[in-house]
Design a protein around this ligand. Structure first.
Ligand SMILES: Nc1ccc([C@@H]2N[C@H](CO)[C@@H](O)[C@H]2O)cc1
Ligand SMILES: [Ca+2]
Length: 323
């Protein structure tokens, strides 16, 4: 069993990450923490409770930061709609929020478990994670690892250089990547391979029932609004890739890299600058000598799409049966 805390901003693809985390028996979902990103934290928190209710699950949900550490808030309402999860019918919450702030929930949970047993899975801007590190630095050595949706080693999706989760709080991302824990960066280069193809949607439809309809309504909304905006053929199921890797580490390949977040570039702020250990001749920045390069982090590269789809259908089948 992999113990995880899912920090998210539901968000259409965040809802599929929750499906995988709740539906797969190899995942022990210790809790869901929410952050602003796809929408404000009121909406992402309400959406997290609605998604859990729609799936028939009850896990601790703790509300987090209403905005980034430093910059003005950036939301993705044009993508996710006025509720932050337009499309599916959102049931009223069937349970109350955890009383703690997300940051305290993360710290308490990590410190209450044996060292190196809890993995943090941030799939929205990393504000809560950065605040938790600053409030309780001991979590950096105690956490097993961080598997984070964000960044890219090629191009962005909110600016040509920056991916949304990083761009939404670059300073928080800088804290996360500079902390001395092991981060697996699951960026757009990987998640744009994780497409909800017609074949996958047909398999979901074949399962039937209200949860399958919830998922199909999610993809229908994204395909109709998103397609026009991003010219991608099918909805990209970004966040679930992180949970999939916790279930089956072979679901994607990785390469070691030194990862730095651009904070000062006029055109590149929020870019994740990836310096791959194996890519020859890249072991320095800007012509100067190497500056304490640290290849501790991993970058997700190639997705096994068939395995990814099987995990989604399996989780749906289990939740559809009431697990
Ligand atoms: N265009 C766009 C698509 C997805 C997202 C959200 N941010 C990440 C992808 O950039 C995912 O976590 C997803 O929830 C933001 C903007
Ligand atoms: Ca997200």
């Amino acid at each position: 069993m992999e113990k995880i805390i899912l920090d998210c901003d539901p968000g259409h693809d965040d809802a599929i990450a929750i499906l995988l985390a709740a539906g797969n028996p190899n995942i022990d979902l210790l809790g869901i923490t929410t952050v602003s990103g796809n929408h404000n934290v009121e909406n992402t928190t309400r959406n997290a409770l609605s998604v859990c209710t729609a799936y028939g699950i009850k896990v601790p949900v703790a509300k987090g930061s209403p905005g980034p550490l430093l910059i003005d808030q950036v939301l993705a309402i044009e993508i996710h709609g006025e509720t932050g999860l337009d499309g599916p019918e959102l049931p009223p919450a069937s349970f109350e929020l955890d009383k703690r702030h997300a940051v305290d929930f993360i710290i308490d949970t990590v410190m209450a478990h044996e060292p190196k047993t809890v993995t943090l899975v941030p799939v929205g801007p990393y504000t809560n994670i950065a605040l938790a590190v600053r409030k309780e630095p001991r979590i950096v050595s105690r956490v097993k690892r961080v598997v984070a949706m964000g960044g890219s080693y090629t191009r962005g999706n909110i600016t040509p250089a920056a991916e949304f989760n990083i761009y939404g709080d670059p300073e928080a991302a800088d804290v996360v990547f500079r902390s001395k824990w092991d981060v697996t960066m699951v960026g757009l280069d990987l998640t744009h391979q994780a497409l909800a193809t017609t074949a996958l949607q047909d398999r979901v439809r074949a399962v039937g029932g209200p949860i399958a309809k919830f998922i199909l309504d999610i993809w229908e909304f994204i395909a109709t609004t998103h397609g026009g905006l991003l010219q991608i053929e099918y909805p990209a199921v970004h966040d679930a890739c992180c949970v999939a890797a916790m279930i089956d580490p072979t679901v994607f390949t990785t390469e070691k890299a030194d990862i730095r977040v651009e904070l000062a570039g006029r055109w590149t702020k929020g870019m994740t600058v990836c310096n791959f250990e194996k890519m020859g001749g890249m072991h320095h920045f800007g012509g100067t000598a190497s500056e304490q390069l640290d290849f501790r982090h991993s970058v997700a590269m190639k997705l096994d799409h068939a395995k990814f789809c099987d995990l989604i259908v399996d989780a749906l089948e289990r939740l559809a049966k009431g697990k």
